[in-house]
Design a protein around this ligand. Structure first.
Ligand SMILES: Nc1nc2c([nH]c(=O)n2[C@H]2C[C@H](O)[C@@H](COP(=O)(O)OP(=O)(O)OP(=O)(O)O)O2)c(=O)[nH]1
Length: 113
């Protein structure tokens, strides 16, 4: 699932994986479930680690850890993003991913392709 960042924020218009920053005391998995509740209004089961992307943006370094997830419960509804798409492996290049995501797209292609 790819989600497009809305206007007027860092990385506006780029596509990314739903998620967000880990808060103090959280594991990555707990943070991800919380962020998906906030951003998609649905619950998720976090699975295997996919990979890490690191990118130095003008505003700082992003270290992006990606996990496979299964969305459970309600259909996703966007609260922050402007659009989402489910993409097959052969469609991963059809959108403009945030730079930190590019290595992770390669990992997904290797694992699922
Ligand atoms: N969630 C997510 N963030 C990504 C991806 N790729 C990428 O470069 N980022 C960047 C965008 C943000 O600068 C940062 C994640 O921050 P965030 O989603 O918790 O918060 P945000 O910047 O939207 O908003 P704020 O809380 O900083 O105001 O990482 C991605 O695939 N998913």
């Amino acid at each position: 699932m790819a989600a497009r960042r809305g206007p007027g924020r860092q990385m506006a218009g780029y596509w990314e994986f739903p998620g967000g920053k880990i808060e103090p005391g959280e594991t990555p998995q707990v943070a991800l479930v919380r962020e998906l509740r906030e951003e998609l209004l649905t619950d998720a089961e976090v699975g295997e680690f996919v990979g890490r992307g690191v990118f130095d943006y003008p505003f700082g370094r992003v270290i992006l850890d990606a996990y496979f997830c299964k969305l459970v419960g309600a259909e996703p509804r966007l609260t922050e993003h402007v659009e989402f798409r489910w993409l097959g492996v052969d469609e991963l290049d059809s959108i403009e991913w945030a730079p930190a995501d590019v290595p992770i797209i390669g990992q997904i292609r290797q694992i699922l392709g």
